[in-house]
Design a protein around this ligand. Sequence first.
Ligand code: FES
Ligand SMILES: [Fe+2]
Length: 340
Amino acid sequence: MLTTKQKTLRKFWYATIRLDALADGPKPFRLMGEDIVLFLDAEGKPAAMADRCCHRTAKLSKGWMDNGNIVCGYHGWTYDRTGALVRIPQFAADSVLPKHNVESYFCEARYGYAWVALDEPLSPIPDVPEDSDPNYRRIFQFYDVWNCAPLRLMENSFDNAHFSFVHKATFGNINAPKPKKYEIEETEYGFFATTVIDILNPPIAHQVTGTTEPMTERRMRNHWYLPFARRLDMEYPSGIRHIIINSATPIDDNRIQLVQLLYRNDTEADCPTEKLIEWDKAIIDEDRDVLESTSPDAILDVSRRIEQHMPSDRPGMIMRRRLLELLKKHDEAEVTNVYV
Ligand code: FES
Ligand SMILES: [Fe+2]
């Protein structure tokens, strides 16, 4: 089955478009196979609705804004943030409008992005306390389309066995392939996983880690948020925290919009933004290369997976079990194999 067929996955928040990208007018986005339009209302709050005018089906994202309402570029029909039709320019100003509306979606501003849930959300947008902590800076790190399924990125996040291979050109040590174990505590929203790993620290990473030692360690306190969000919270012995927040926003069945934010408790003088982007891009490009080679067919039925024999795959197994439980709970009980 396909991600877009899993109706339950519509009930979660996904980061879509930067708020500042909406300042000059409406923008299109594709979420779980639905074409949506995003815009800022009169109060500057983001709104999302189907990208389809109910008059003659033109895409509303080709239109423009008028006092916080969106105007279709074809004949000027105008809608408010709830999708209700509020003006037909061809009608006399005092005439009663027909009751037409475009389907609207849940939309909230958070961490510089418009987050959207297509149906009433089952859980809140993941909390990032550092976003309002003056000791941290926020960096908009990446916003890229990846040709892979979102569960592939999530399972990769908690897979300590890939470092020595996928990341052998950056921080992974090919000579130490035995992975460190994660301690996992399941939570209502997913799980909390902790571990400490040894990493290579080449000169290019010195400002990132805050040390010039050839090797250092990362204390990882990571969270997985059902279904496709993660927090990778890394702390180095220098005291530097490097906290990555991702939404693997499903565009359709085999593409994600990878949204990556970075929070650091240091300053631009300690480590310039461009260095942080350069280093993490080198790492994430290694992941991307291998993940785009994977099949989107991530089987949820854990008994059918060979990887259950490798202890380091336990986080991915828990993800599959939790996803399967979630789908069953919401009447998608027949699902055993999902493209996610
Ligand atoms: S198609 Fe939108 S106003 Fe006619
Ligand atoms: Fe990786």
